[in-house]
Design a protein around this ligand. Structure first.
Ligand SMILES: [Ca+2]
Ligand SMILES: [Ca+2]
Length: 162
């Protein structure tokens, strides 16, 4: 019985490893080639059968940076994109929109999120090295217009089963 469990666990791990390889394929993310407010960006991700990107680990954060750098809209001096988190539901409680789960990891710049002017509820990824922004997360007014990042829904769901 013990060995059966081990074999089953072993197979599951192989399966999980296979998924992980698939997850890091280039098709996982979409970087928009136009700017939109956070709401429109969110709608657009779902419209394409994707979802607003969830960035839950430093590894995913780095992967997203790679994908952005490969995109047509990236410029070295200034880049801002919406990601799929907000505190629209409850001020100060940031949640991934696609799953309703709390944001546990975010590369917030020190001092962020600051809910500036009591108007900042949606999260961007921001790279503006001259101003001290180095792929930091920031809360901004949701109606600002930025590029945005979507990810493949199926990949995220499969990770969830692991
Ligand atoms: Ca807020
Ligand atoms: Ca802010």
């Amino acid at each position: 019985m013990k060995s059966t469990i081990l074999i089953v666990a072993g197979l599951f791990c192989v399966f999980a490893v296979a998924q992980r390889i698939h997850c890091t394929s280039p098709v996982r993310y979409y970087v928009s080639d136009f700017r939109a407010n956070w709401y429109r960006a969110t709608e657009y991700c779902f419209y394409m059968g994707m979802q607003p990107v969830i960035v839950e680990t430093a590894e995913e954060h780095n992967k997203v940076i790679e994908v952005v750098k490969d995109s047509n809209v990236f410029t070295n001096d200034s880049f801002i994109a919406w990601i799929g988190a907000s505190d629209l539901g409850e001020e100060g409680i940031f949640v991934w929109h696609a799953t309703g789960t709390r944001v546990r990891y975010a590369n917030w710049r020190p001092g962020q999120p600051d809910n500036d002017k009591n108007q900042e509820d949606c999260v961007t990824l921001m790279n503006m090295p001259a101003a001290g922004w180095e792929w930091h997360a920031n809360d901004e007014p949701c109606w600002n217009s930025h590029y945005f990042i979507c990810e493949n829904v199926d990949m995220r769901t499969q990770i969830g089963t692991f």
